[in-house]
Design a protein around this ligand. Structure first.
Ligand code: PLP
Length: 412
């Protein structure tokens, strides 16, 4: 009899987006003519930039010719892409990285989920609440957490750092020791950012406590304001304590193409039970070379095209398009009397539900009355209750229409 990994029994029954899909399907079957606008799931709607598709086609042609065919590539990614990443995403920020500190992958979801496996199972982890669910669920699967406490809506033995209206959606430092800290800025779901000074407090905490910050900056490209750190490595000392996850998914429409990268500086150390230091970079290399065979050559060639002058211009246009949607949503909701967060340096708008309405209740009401679908805050954690997430990744037409409907068909 094959036994299961019983940690999986601790997970909630269904992934948030499956429950949303179930409710939409039920509504559609009862209201077949309803014109539903989806501003819920965080997928993009703009196509890949032309510079990207051209580079991908060229690379595909190379793969079809004996002289230019490529088989397995380096597990960590091709140097031609890593060089571009360092040159464009880090050097202008005063951050110098070596080629072997950047690991190209097929997604920030897999990287943020997989990274925990190189840490000891007894480590104490901290997450913000609300949170991108992958950090929590991957640690649950690994057995690093206790059981789910249904009443609290939280797992035992995870330290939750509430992000609420009271603290402006900015988490406070933990009051007890933690070893692994997941931070995501610009944040999904709240759309909020930290200043350099605020982020420095986290780096200082991690240095004092020999903790490691797992910093997800999948939405870095959406930062508009000066003074908001573009990478955690802009912060003094971060190279000793932080790992950074980035993705081309939202930056350049790669959600269906799959390419991302993770930066693991050589200074970051983890310790064995005798207190001896080990390089996290070396452990991640060992893990990746064992379990991952790299991202396909055409996809990496496509990702490198983002950094050409045309690629940069085209990516900028796409991001401007989404950020104009964000402005429309943010200002529209504010005019309609809702309280909103985010949407300035991020493609997410986090709104407070009216009259303390539960977030699933608001989901149903919005779908029924305005035929607009968003994401209930409760799906991101106990402190997401009473909030609702809308995304700027829709088409302009749908975004304008959705806000118009919220203004005219809903009372806030
Ligand atoms: N990290 C955050 C915070 C996200 O919101 C998402 C996607 O929604 C990801 C990572 C996943 O990115 P990828 O498409 O690269 O797997």
């Amino acid at each position: 009899m094959a036994l299961m990994n019983e940690n999986y029994q601790r997970l909630p029954g269904s992934y948030l987006f499956s429950e949303i899909a179930r409710r939409i399907n039920q509504f559609k079957s009862e209201n077949p003519n309803a014109d539903i606008i989806r501003l819920g799931i965080g997928d993009v709607t703009r196509p890949l930039p032309p510079a990207v598709t051209e580079a991908m086609k060229k690379a595909v042609d190379e793969m079809g010719k004996a002289e230019t065919f490529r088989g397995y590539g380096p597990e960590q990614g091709y140097d031609f892409l890593i060089e571009k990443i360092i040159e464009n995403d880090y050097r202008p920020r005063g951050v110098d990285l070596s080629l072997d500190e950047v690991y190209v992958s097929d997604g920030a979801k897999s990287d943020t989920a997989n990274f925990q496996e190189i840490f000891g199972i007894g480590n104490i982890m901290a997450v913000t609440d609300p949170v991108y669910p992958v950090y929590v669920d991957s640690n649950v699967m690994a057995g690093r957490t206790g059981n789910f406490n249904g009443e609290k809506g939280q797992y035992e033995s995870i330290i939750y750092l509430p992000c609420t209206e009271e603290n402006g959606m900015k988490p406070s430092l933990p009051t007890t020791h933690v070893d692994m800290i997941y931070l995501c800025f610009p944040n999904n779901p709240t759309g909020m950012t930290l200043t350099k000074e605020e982020l420095k407090e986290w780096v200082d905490y991690a240095r004092e406590n020999k903790s490691i910050i797992l910093y997800d900056s999948a939405y870095e490209a959406f930062i508009r304001e000066e003074g908001v750190p573009r990478t955690i490595f802009e912060i003094e000392g971060a190279r000793e304590v932080a790992v950074e996850f980035r993705s081309f998914s939202k930056t350049a429409g790669f959600t269906g193409t799959r390419c991302a990268y993770t930066v693991v500086p050589k200074e970051v150390m983890v310790y064995d039970s005798e207190g001896k230091a080990h390089s996290l970079n070396k452990l991640w290399l060992r893990r990746q070379t064992t379990k991952f065979n790299g991202v396909s050559y055409p996809v990496q060639a496509a990702a490198a095209a983002i950094y050409t002058p045309e690629g940069k211009q085209q990516v900028k246009e796409t991001i401007d398009y989404y950020m104009e949607n964000a402005r429309i949503i943010r200002e529209g909701l504010t005019e309609a009397g809702y309280e909103v967060f985010g949407g300035i340096n991020a493609p997410y708008i986090w709104m407070k539900t009216p009259k303390n309405m539960g977030s699933w209740e608001f989901f149903d009401k919005l779908m029924k009355e305005a035929n607009v679908v968003g994401t209930p805050g409760a799906g991101f954690g106990a402190n997401g209750e009473g909030y609702f997430r809308l995304t700027a990744f829709g088409t302009r037409e749908n975004t304008v229409k959705a806000i118009e409907r919220i203004k005219t068909k809903m009372e806030s």
